[in-house]
Design a protein around this ligand. Structure first.
Ligand code: GLV
Length: 324
């Protein structure tokens, strides 16, 4: 069968597809152009895509042979899953395997923001490290501080585990509440969103992007945070109103932010890159060799199952019976 792979895969994973199928791989690290994607989708049976490909109604309308969409990533806000279901196309993602990598990067941002790591690096490189002084380059301690986790799914829980090791108090808010046992084990307590915003020294976002979470943190929410608070986002950019965030960082209404994702990736809102009090990363939450290999393998399992007419192991729209 014909397979379209929209971004490079590790060789050993690719060979699992090429041994039985004809593969067209967009073998570059820049995303496939929309027109090329629309053109290529016409005669393919399987699609292995990434978050930079918009898999919408228009594209699905041009894919009469498509039997499976295997996303190489966990987030699926770029895929019209409802439309795929109407067309009986299973959609699958890669949950679980990127949890630790993303939670680690969240902590890298928390510590980088709290201890001004990137600012320090910039200063040394600029040749401005001239002396050590007791009141120089002071940051904020994380021990004893309150971390507010918004969205307590797999990644939120993994961040809470790390926070316990750093002696932080953790409060959380999300769509559903964990059970008593899980709350006890993770040493976390449930809070309203408003209380979390008011009380937290660090607010970290771990919700998927959807109509209910778009601009979940905007001007109002930012104004409720402490002026010493830090906002960390390793989820999806549009969860935060980026313009409002730039204004809050500029005015000092919050102290700083650590961002791995942006509202209009890869564009940044005007003024964001000029601010000293923000750490900016290029959407690399899952970017470790181990995790990216596991993700590709999992996407490949999903793709091959779908091509064989079986339920992809991580199907998002198959239902418990396996039927779409
Ligand atoms: C990364 O952002 C993913 O959704 O896997």
């Amino acid at each position: 069968m014909k397979v379209l792979v929209t971004a490079r895969l590790p060789e050993e994973v690719l060979s699992r597809i090429t041994c039985d199928h004809q593969v067209h791989m967009h073998a570059q690290d820049i995303p496939m152009e929309r027109e090329k994607l629309l053109e290529a989708i016409g005669d393919v049976d399987g699609l292995l895509c990434t978050l930079t490909d918009r898999i919408d109604r228009e594209l699905l309308g041009r894919a009469p042979r498509l039997k499976v969409i295997a996303n190489n990533g966990v987030g699926f806000d770029h895929i019209d899953v409802g439309e795929a279901s109407r067309r009986s196309i299973p959609v699958a993602n890669t949950p679980g395997v990127l949890t630790d990598a993303t939670a680690d990067l969240t902590f890298a941002l928390i510590l980088a923001a709290a201890r001004r790591v990137v600012e320090g690096d910039r200063m040394v490189r600029a040749g401005d490290f001239k002396f050590w002084a007791p009141l120089h380059f002071l940051g904020t301690e994380v021990a004893g501080k309150t971390l507010g986790i918004i969205g307590m799914g797999r990644i939120g829980c993994a961040v809470a585990k790390r926070a316990a090791g750093f002696n932080m108090k953790v409060v959380y808010w999300g769509r559903s509440r964990l059970g008593d046992e899980a709350e006890h084990e993770l040493k976390v307590s449930f809070s309203s969103l408003e209380d979390l915003l008011r009380e937290s020294d660090f607010v970290s976002l771990h919700v998927p992007l959807g109509p209910k979470t778009r601009h979940l943190v905007g001007e109002r929410e930012l104004s409720m945070m402490k002026s010493s608070a830090m906002l960390i986002n390793t989820a999806r950019g549009p969860v935060v109103d980026e313009k409002a965030l730039v204004a809050a960082l500029r005015s000092g209404s919050i102290r700083c932010a650590g961002l791995d994702v942006y509202e209009n990736e890869p564009e940044l809102s005007s003024g964001l890159a000029e601010l000293e009090n923000v750490v900016l990363l290029p959407h690399m939450g899952s970017a470790t060799i181990e995790t990216r290999t596991r993700m590709a393998d999992m996407a490949c399992d999903n793709l091959l199952a779908g091509l064989a007419g079986k339920r992809p192991p991580n199907c998002l729209n198959c239902g418990s019976s396996g039927a779409l």
